[in-house]
Design a protein around this ligand. Structure first.
Ligand code: DGT
Ligand code: CA
Ligand code: CA
Ligand code: ZN
Length: 585
């Protein structure tokens, strides 16, 4: 039972409890515990058996700790099983239908036995819900639309696409004279690797709201207006996007921006902190609650001009949005120990770059000149090895030829140094795709799995462990092989693999390609605890791909990574020292 599966079971239990009419505190307890487990970096079974107790984790109380122990021991949770006897797993999909809150859901399930998205659709089509309490013709029509959209928009989006749409919208809206401030919020602002809907917050004078709401509905690319109220306009924008724009008064802006940035966990924790100080924090503002009736009571409003001021009122320094995941950042801020997060400009070069010697789209010189224009001091080229035939992988002979081409370019170019590397396939038996004497001539070796991804866990673990033992391997490439929103990670004992990597001083790269973004940021703190740095690699196949390092930096910031934690913030000499001696300066 790994922690992710355990978290999933707890989340499902929470949802099913909602249906059974459990009170919201009980449901929340399951959600909180699930979030805590998702953040757990150690092996769950080990933690349960060897302590410290689970109750030391933020969000896990005594009752849930007991449930998790049982879950680990038995491989299942009694309550979860019981609930699944009462409701089929398909009811869980109903939680994704827009416009179907817990109350309505309960009515559907309890009174009509509707237990799947398909059943809901059939009932709507057969006009069967009109007489249900809380439903009607309109609800039914709305549900049908939601269902159609669910099928089409179930997908989330990769971070770069979300940021680029966000920037485009903000660029446009910020030019409107009636809008005072507009900013991106939600998961896109927090730089989560996949983004559901896009959230924007805009401030304006109350009397300007109707105009702004109107203008929003005529933005480019709108397929449909989902809703346009006093305070919120929701849009479907082509490409499968939902965009929620909140319209707020200027004095509400800071607290609204903060609220809709989230995460929900961070907000809940911060709200608790406000309460301890006799304050109420919500999306409308920060209120003095000493008279005990603050909500909307503008007389009690405290002025918060911006997020800095909001945090200051709560005796905290401003917390960067990336870190607002409710994973201990408030405690860090409280002790004034927030890390100084790495920035793209801290990178002095990068490694793991492809050229047209294998499957890259640009030639060596173009890639290197682009890197030089970015101000980088070095660029590590690592084309594919021969086993990756589909990618035109290099034979030993081609590698030597490429080496000569690199020598020549290095002699010609000033101000940037090309490092010679290879992205060497890890074959199914864990040996490398190239002989040791070929690997020994290179500056660095990224070892990656590209084939037989479906291997059983045990075998994949052995495969990776064996590869890590090769003394020429300097980096482990894209750890789990995941392709976000498309392909799951392959399965292995990641705890053992990371431990072995650290033992052999092989750096597990942070592959910054937007669909990979792994080593997953949730595991980076555990990796750094081994004393080894991370290294942020673009895995670029074209010149523009070099800038993908920005997404690696973005998710590294979520993990609280500083410049010092990253190998390629070092000078060329520093990187060479690591590659030859596996020592940091
Ligand atoms: P997403 O859209 O799934 O990628 O993730 P978010 O984080 O953008 O979530 P979203 O769009 O549902 O809501 C935006 C933010 O609004 C969220 O991060 C925190 C805040 N928020 C939403 N619902 C709640 C809630 O029930 N309680 C609290 N405290 N905050 C909420
Ligand atoms: Ca969102
Ligand atoms: Ca939203
Ligand atoms: Zn690769």
């Amino acid at each position: 039972m790994d922690s992710r599966r355990a978290a999933q079971i707890l989340r499902e239990t929470g949802k099913l409890l909602t249906l059974s009419g459990a009170n919201s505190f009980r449901v929340r307890a399951y959600e909180r515990a699930a979030a805590a487990l998702e953040g757990l970096t150690e092996d769950l079974a080990e933690r349960v058996h060897q302590g410290p107790p689970l109750t030391e984790l933020e969000g896990i109380g005594a009752g849930l700790a007991e449930a998790i122990v049982a879950l680990v021991e038995q491989g299942s949770l009694d309550l979860h099983q019981e609930l699944l006897e009462r409701y089929p797993p398909s009811v869980l999909e109903l939680f994704q239908v827009e416009g179907l809150g817990p109350k309505k859901l309960q009515v559907l399930v309890e009174e009509r036995g509707i237990e799947s998205v398909e059943a809901l659709e059939a009932a709507c089509r057969a006009d069967e819900l009109v007489d249900l309490s809380g439903f009607g013709k309109k609800t039914q029509e709305r549900l049908l639309r939601s269902l159609a959209e669910l099928a089409r928009y179930r997908d989330r989006h990769l971070l770069p696409a979300a940021r680029s749409l966000g920037e485009k919208l903000i660029g446009e809206i910020s030019t409107w004279s009636k809008v005072i401030r507009v900013e991106l919020a939600g998961s896109a602002r927090r730089c989560v690797e996949t983004v559901g809907d896009l959230d924007l917050v805009a401030s304006m004078a109350a009397e300007d709201r109707p105009d702004v709401a109107q203008k929003l509905q005529s933005l480019d690319g709108i397929e449909r207006v989902l809703g346009a109220g006093e305070t919120k306009v929701s849009l479907r924008i082509e490409g499968g996007w939902q965009v929620d724009v909140r319209l707020v008064d200027e004095e509400e802006f800071a607290s609204a921006l903060h609220h809709f940035t989230g995460s929900k966990e961070h907000n809940i924790q911060l709200r608790g902190r406000a309460k301890e100080r006799g304050l109420i924090l919500n999306e409308y503002g920060l209120f003095d609650d000493r008279e005990g009736e603050a909500r909307h009571a503008t007389g009690n409003r405290l002025t918060v001009a911006d997020e800095e001021a909001l945090y200051r009122r709560l005796d905290l320094p401003w917390i960067p949005p990336e870190m607002r995941e409710g994973r201990g950042e408030i405690a860090l801020a409280e002790r004034d120990e927030l890390p100084e997060l790495v920035e793209v400009s801290d990178l002095r070069g990068t490694l793991h770059v492809h050229t047209d010697w294998s499957d890259g789209r640009a030639d060596l010189e173009t890639m290197v000149r682009t890197a030089k224009d970015l101000g980088w001091e070095y660029l590590g080229i690592s084309d594919h090895s021969q086993a990756a035939a589909y990618a035109g992988g290099l034979t030993p002979e081609r590698i030597r030829e490429q080496g000569l081409a690199i020598d020549q370019l290095n002699a010609e170019l000033e101000g940037i140094e090309i490092l010679k590397g290879i992205e060497c396939d890890i074959l199914t038996d864990g040996t490398l795709d190239l002989p040791d004497d070929v690997l020994a001539e290179l500056d660095f070796v990224v070892a990656s799995v590209h084939s037989s991804l479906q291997m059983p866990t045990e075998q994949m673990t052995e495969r990776l462990v064996k590869a890590l033992q090769n003394p020429h391997v300097t980096f482990l490439g894209h750890l789990t092989g995941r392709r976000l929103l498309r392909r799951e990670s392959y399965s292995f004992d990641w705890e053992r693999v990371l431990r072995t990597a650290a033992q052999h001083r092989v750096i597990v790269e942070l592959n910054a390609a937007p669909a990979r973004l792994e080593l997953d940021w949730r595991y980076i703190p555990a990796w750094l605890a081994t004393g080894l740095p991370i290294s942020i690699h673009p895995d670029a196949h074209r010149p523009a791909g070099l800038m993908d390092v920005q997404w690696g930096v973005a998710v590294a910031r979520k993990a609280g990574v500083t410049a010092d934690d990253v190998l390629n913030t070092r000078s060329l000499a520093g990187v060479r020292r690591w590659l030859s001696d596996r020592r940091l300066d």
